[in-house]
Ligand binder design. Structure first.
Ligand SMILES: *Cc1c(COP(=O)(O)O)cnc(C)c1O
Length: 202
């Protein structure tokens, strides 16, 4: 995740072999994608998306991790249709911990979305994404990740033939081991990449 660093540092990461880059703010993703357009990169949007930013963002993203409401997904579908983007890859963000400050669908809500998602023909629903609760320790994080894994397993049965749901985006610098133990297919590492950077640069 390059959300903490400038374009020059992002470029260093790409040179070091990181091709999948994530930003939480659309504006920063636009700016970096433009500045680094000559490099081979895949951009991921991991933060909450305002609907009025979809138009500029969708053509740039390899994967939208933060599909956090039906309304947003419907607008993304409409925008993809207008722009002629055949199938925007998205994940459904699930608020597994129930933190009031977090975006995302409730755990019980997701299984009921199948029929509505099936109408969104310009979206490719690839899987689920979550963050562990803010308050918890590592065991709590692992329990949160297990909830997402169990939901994903359940939906792969119920939604077989409709959506593949191969991806589980979970795990950050502080809890990626637990996420991997619970089957994460994509960890989103930010701060751990840049630890010690100030000393080496300074
Ligand atoms: C910032 C962020 C990350 C990376 O967090 P670190 O703790 O710095 O690794 C991962 N996912 C989301 C959704 C984020 O906003």
């Amino acid at each position: 995740m390059t959300k903490y660093v400038d374009v020059a540092t992002t470029r260093l990461l790409v040179d070091a072999g990181c091709r999948d880059l994530g930003e939480s703010r659309p504006q920063q993703l636009w700016d970096k994608a433009a500045e680094l357009s000559a490099l081979e990169t895949s951009w991921h949007l991991i933060g909450h998306m305002q609907r009025n930013k979809l138009r500029r963002t969708l053509p740039l993203v390899h994967l939208l991790h933060s599909g956090d409401s039906l309304r947003l997904l419907q607008e993304a579908n409409a925008e993809a249709g207008r722009a002629g983007i055949v199938r925007v890859p998205v994940l459904l963000e699930v608020n597994v911990s129930g933190d009031a400050t977090k975006h995302g669908f409730g755990l019980e809500e997701v299984p009921r979305l199948a029929d509505q998602l099936a109408t969104l023909s310009y979206l490719d629903v690839r899987g689920l994404m979550c963050m562990a609760g803010l308050e918890g320790n590592k065991d709590d994080a692992r329990r949160d990740f297990a909830k997402l894994r169990l939901l994903s397993e359940r939906l792969r049965g119920e939604w077989a033939g409709r959506f593949a749901l191969n991806e589980l985006s979970m795990g950050m610098s502080g809890d990626f081991e637990a996420a991997i133990a619970e089957g994460s297919t994509m960890v989103r590492i930010g701060s751990a990449l840049f630890e010690g950077l100030d000393e080496t640069a300074g």
